[in-house]
Design a protein around this ligand. Structure first.
Ligand SMILES: Cc1ncc(COP(=O)(O)O)c(C=O)c1O
Length: 408
């Protein structure tokens, strides 16, 4: 490296976020050349015509005059209190507004909560596949992400005994993403119970990312992790981005429950980090109370006739009629993590496929490797486009896979 090269921090050596990486940049280039790219790589509801509930916009506008200054580092009281009431209504006991922190999206809180916890070499158990910010943020904060497999052949469920076997004296925390991105798996109560016991026995902090908590299909039951964890600290994370289709507002929260004794120093450290960034975006915090109280419009989207329901159904149908594709039906969230039949396509490589699909068919998907899996046979699409667009997409995917099959 020449002397005038500016070297980036070595802290970023193991940090990746491929969803917005090379492929997305190439898609952008093609778009600038005038090509129409169908982008299914990011879960951004606004891109697909979803609107934030009007009442949330009104609440924010109404309170703009009160949103010009910094607020408390943990967030405005009405927003934190609304989170407390939501947690109470779900059976989580003992949470007060003092135990809630508002952040610029769950993203910021993932970073801050890990930074406040980890020392060099500390290990965090993270699901594979995961929403890759979790792995990235552990590595960025000097920790080591240890992946516990949620294998396709097991319906993307973890094996709690395998999770237990990965614990070492350095393990500090267990991450649960429920419903999961990218697989859409909703963890059954029995699995969550077992994970809660393992965390308690080993005094691991539980980070439960529940940002898709109300996006459920086929009667799947969502069980808040904080209702099951008693003898260790449980951090529940959620926000406005998905269920309330307001990802541009950048509002998320973390609420702490479970064993609070012994957590005071950790929570002070988190408050210090929150203070260093002064506060999170104030105007949008005024939409939280309105969002969480009252009518939950997301229900219209996830029931028959609703946009997310019908799009998911279109994907299930397309996969069922493809000779190459396999899918564990997602029970929640807004993604499908689709695999190919390796008997038919033994040389399949997810990255190569995603690039070919972009260059030749103008469809952008996220290859499975972006989600920290050891296999190269999967890709993720969002269920956000409407059903006709998805039919077009899957027509193009099958054309490409057919070409691959003929080339053998
Ligand atoms: C599981 C999961 N957690 C957190 C986030 C980040 O959300 P936010 O917009 O609140 O930062 C996402 C975004 O896609 C996600 O899928």
């Amino acid at each position: 490296m020449s002397q005038d090269t500016i070297r980036p921090s070595e802290g970023l050596k193991n940090v990746r976020y491929e969803i917005r990486g090379t492929l997305a940049r190439r898609a952008h280039e093609l778009q600038r050349q005038g090509y129409e790219i169908i982008s299914l790589n990011i879960g951004n509801p606004g891109l697909f015509g979803f609107r934030t509930p009007e009442t949330m916009r009104l609440a924010m506008i109404e309170n703009l005059p009160d949103a010009e200054g910094y607020c408390h580092q943990k967030g405005i009281f009405p927003a934190r209190e609304a989170v407390v009431m939501q947690q109470q209504s779900r059976g989580v006991t003992g949470v007060t507004a003092e135990d809630v922190f508002i952040g610029n999206g769950v993203s910021e809180l993932i970073d801050l909560t890990l930074r406040a916890l980890l020392n060099e070499g500390d290990e965090v158990l993270v699901p594979s596949p995961d929403y890759p910010l979790w792995t990235a943020a552990v590595n960025l904060n000097r920790g080591r992400a240890v992946h516990y497999p949620c294998r396709p052949e097991n319906g993307f469920l973890p094996d709690p005994e395998e999770v237990r076997s990965l614990i070492t004296p350095r393990t500090r925390a267990l991450v649960v993403i429920n419903p999961n991105n990218p697989t859409g798996t909703v963890l059954p109560r029995s699995v969550l119970e077992q994970l809660a016991r393992i965390a308690e026995e080993n005094q691991l902090v539980v980070f439960s990312d529940e940002i898709y908590d109300q996006m459920l299909y086929d009667g799947a039951e969502f069980v808040p992790m904080a209702t099951l964890v008693r003898d260790t600290l449980c951090a529940t994370m959620s926000g406005l981005s998905k269920v309330y289709r307001a990802c541009g507002y950048r509002v998320g929260w973390v609420s702490f429950a479970g064993k609070m004794s012994g957590a005071a120093d950790y929570l002070s450290a988190l408050e210090l980090l929150s203070s260093l960034r002064l506060c999170s975006n104030v105007p949008a915090q005024w939409a939280v109370q309105t969002a969480l109280g009252g009518y939950q419009s997301v229900r219209e989207l996830i029931t028959p006739g609703g946009r997310l329901y019908e799009s998911r159904a279109a994907i299930l149908n397309a996969v069922a009629s493809s000779e190459f594709l396999r899918l564990v039906p997602p029970q929640g969230a807004m993604y499908a993590f689709i695999g190919v039949d390796t008997k038919k396509l033994p040389d399949f490589d997810d990255r190569r496929f995603a690039l070919d699909l972009l260059e030749q068919k103008h469809v952008l998907v996220a290859p499975g490797v972006s989600f920290n899996v050891p296999y190269r046979t999967h890709f993720r699409v969002t269920t956000l486009p409407d059903a006709p667009t998805l039919a077009t997409v899957f027509g193009r995917i099958d054309e490409l896979l057919q070409q691959y099959a003929l080339r053998r």
